[in-house]
Write a protein that binds this ligand. Structure first.
Ligand SMILES: *Cc1c(COP(=O)(O)O)cnc(C)c1O
Length: 385
C-alpha cells in the first residue's frame, strides 16, 4: 500500500504521455514551448480566471505573486502558521515580515475574525490586539496569504471583506486545492491572485517541480509574466525589473496536459474515497473526521483526522505497514527558522492543538474499497476503549 500511488495513474495515461513527450523531443522547444501555451490556456479556462502562468514550482509561483505587489522590508503579510514552510518562507524572502494568524479549528484554515484583529494590531501597532512578531520598526499591513489546507478552500468571503477594509491584497495559496470549489468558484480564483503547485504528490502533479499563478488582473498578470523571466521587458535582453527564473519547462507542461484530461474523474474518485473514510470512521471514539463547510468541495489533497490517541493509532498503522503522515507537526511560528520573530508557545493555540493530534491517511484516486476498509479498521482497532 502507498500513501500516494502515482504508478497506477501512469499506467492509465502511458500511451498519451509517450506521445506528448515524443512531440516535445521532436520540436525541441524545451523552454516555453507550444505545450506551455496550450497548458496555460487550459488552466485559465479550468480555474475560470483570465490569466494563468505556468511556473517552476509552487514556491516560485507564490514568490512571483508577492514580488508583483512590490512587497518588501517593513511590510506585514498575514498568513496561517498551520501550513507548509513555503507559504511563509516567500514572505521572508521578499524582506517582508510574516504575521501569523491562528486557524479555525473546524477547517484548519486561517480564521477571518482573528485576521481582522491582527490587521487592527498592525495598523495601530498595538500587540495587545493580537500577537505580533518582533520587528525593529512598525509594519505596514500589505496583504494576506490564505492557504486552502488539505484541499479545502479558506473562507474567502470573510477574508476578502477584511482585506477590503484595510486595502490588503489576498494571495490564495492553492497548492493543495487545485480543482476544489467554494460557492461555485474554483480554487485558484478565490482571491486577487493565486498560486498552485504541481509537485508530484499534489492533486494535479507533474513529474518534477511545477506550479502556476492565476489572476483576473491584467496589469498584475503582465508584471508576473515579466518577473517569471528575469524581469524582462519588450524582449529577452531588455530587463525592466528584478525577477527570477520562474518558468515551467515544456516537458512538465506536456505531462500536465495528459493528467488534466483525467483530472475531473480523479477528483470524483477522491470525493468517493473521502466519503467512504468518513462513513467508516464516523462511529470511532476520539476521532474527528474532516469537516467540509456548506458550499465547498475539497480537492482532498490529504484526508486528515484529529485524535487524542494519535500516537497509539500511528504505531498500530506502522505495525500493519499502513502508510501515514503528520501534516504538520510544528506550526511555523514555533519553527527554529522563525525564532527571530519571537513568537511564544501558546500564541496560536488552535494551530498548536491541531499539530499535537492531527494525522493523515493514504489518499489518492486509485485507493480501492478493500484498502479503505482495511485502513479504517486498523485505525479503530488502535483506539483504547
Ligand atoms: C506544496 C506546497 C507549497 C509549495 O509548492 P512547491 O511546488 O513544492 O514549491 C506551498 N504551499 C503549500 C500549502 C504547499 O502544500
Amino acid at each position: 500500500m502507498q500513501f500516494i500511488d502515482l504508478k497506477t495513474q501512469q499506467q492509465r495515461i502511458l500511451p498519451q504521455l509517450n506521445a506528448r513527450l515524443q512531440a516535445v523531443l521532436a520540436h525541441g522547444q524545451y523552454i516555453l514551448g507550444p505545450e506551455n501555451r496550450e497548458l496555460e490556456a487550459r488552466l485559465a479556462e479550468y480555474v475560470g480566471t483570465k490569466h494563468a502562468l505556468a511556473c517552476s514550482s509552487g514556491t516560485d509561483a507564490l514568490l512571483i505573486a508577492l514580488m508583483a505587489y512590490g512587497v518588501g522590508p517593513g511590510d506585514a503579510v498575514f498568513t496561517t502558521p498551520f501550513t507548509f514552510m513555503a507559504t511563509a518562507e516567500v514572505i521572508s524572502l521578499t524582506g517582508a515580515t510574516p504575521v501569523f494568524v491562528d486557524i479555525d479549528p473546524a477547517t484548519f484554515n486561517i480564521d477571518p475574525h482573528k485576521l481582522a484583529q491582527a490587521a487592527a494590531a498592525v495598523v495601530n501597532n498595538d500587540p495587545s490586539l493580537h500577537p505580533l512578531p518582533q520587528s525593529d520598526r512598525p509594519l505596514t499591513a500589505r496583504g494576506v496569504i490564505a492557504v486552502d489546507l488539505f484541499g479545502l478552500a479558506a473562507d474567502y468571503r470573510a477574508i476578502m471583506a477584511v482585506a477590503a477594509e484595510h486595502d490588503l491584497f489576498v494571495l490564495e495559496d492553492a497548492a493543495q486545492s487545485f480543482g476544489a470549489f467554494s460557492n461555485g468558484r474554483r480554487a485558484g480564483g478565490l482571491g486577487h491572485v493565486a498560486a498552485t503547485s504541481f509537485f508530484p504528490a499534489k492533486p494535479l502533479g507533474c513529474y518534477g517541480d511545477g506550479g502556476a499563478v492565476f489572476t483576473d488582473d491584467d496589469r498584475l498578470a503582465e508584471t508576473m509574466r515579466s518577473l517569471r523571466v528575469h524581469g524582462q521587458g519588450s524582449d529577452r535582453y531588455d530587463n525592466v525589473r528584478i525577477g527570477i527564473n520562474g518558468r515551467l519547462d515544456t516537458m512538465q507542461a506536456a505531462v500536465l496536459l495528459c493528467k488534466l484530461d483525467i483530472f475531473d474523474e480523479e477528483l470524483a474518485a477522491r470525493q468517493r474515497i473521502a466519503a467512504r473514510y468518513s462513513e467508516l470512521l464516523a462511529d470511532a471514539p476520539s476521532i474527528r473526521t474532516p469537516h467540509v463547510p456548506e458550499g465547498c468541495i475539497s480537492a482532498w489533497a490529504q484526508y486528515s483526522l484529529l485524535s487524542k490517541n494519535r500516537d497509539a493509532i500511528l504505531s498500530h498503522l506502522q505495525r500493519r505497514s499502513i502508510p501515514h503522515a503528520i501534516y504538520y507537526p510544528i506550526p511555523l511560528h514555533l519553527q527554529k527558522a522563525y525564532e527571530p520573530l519571537d513568537y511564544r508557545a501558546g500564541s496560536m493555540p488552535e494551530a498548536e492543538r491541531a499539530a499535537g493530534c492531527i494525522f493523515s491517511l493514504p489518499m489518492h484516486p486509485y485507493l480501492e474499497d478493500g484498502a479503505i476498509a482495511e485502513i479504517a479498521a486498523a485505525v479503530k482497532e488502535a483506539i483504547p476503549d
